[in-house]
Design a protein around this ligand. Sequence first.
Ligand SMILES: [Zn+2]
Length: 237
Amino acid sequence: MLIGGYRGLKPSKFTLAKDKNSKKDKLLLDSKNKKRNSKNPKQNDLEIKDPSSPLILVNKEQGLTEGFIPDDLVIPNIPFSFNENLPKKQMKKIAARAIERLFSQAKKDKIDIVGVSAYRSYQRQKDIFAYNAKKDGVTAANKYSAHAGHSEHQTGLAIDVSSPKVNYKLIEEFGGTKEGRWLQKNAPTYGFIIRYPKDKEEITGYQYEPWHLRYVGVEHALAIANKDSTLENYLYS
Ligand SMILES: [Zn+2]
């Protein structure tokens, strides 16, 4: 399902995504999808499908349209791993303010973290997936890279975070560092979840990504973290 509509407009209709996944992936996703959608979502279904809501669900099954661009992107005042003012520094205002508060607490706690990549357009994601698929093959790329329209980075609510200790890389080892552990513990207090936790690949569709933070708001983030859950399970099970 593709949702999103155009900048500044609420989605008026939902259209089916052209499925670019391999047949095998599609089968797996379809069976998961049926199981999940047989239950009513716990949260307001409209919120889950509204790209301007902090509860928007974007995953391999539900994506955003090519035309969707968040209408209030700003650059948060946090350190990044690079200096140029590239589009990938941007976040939706509500998430930008929250990441500033999280980073300010990190500084107080002497935790050295930086932003690496936040907002990403549909087209940019398309290019990235094509690059990864060419480099590693489609099956491998599917495990860590999203198809265009299916990256949370397009919502403006997600940011990848790293630290000098792991050379600003986005690697699993980050989760075991002091900085990674601090993030896992403190991010929910500021409205962020570790969106792709360890051993939840069957549910989220992605391997462990200790660096990928997703803003959902404080109340929801704390509820998800306290249950050691995922956004998918929180919304649907
Ligand atoms: Zn990410």
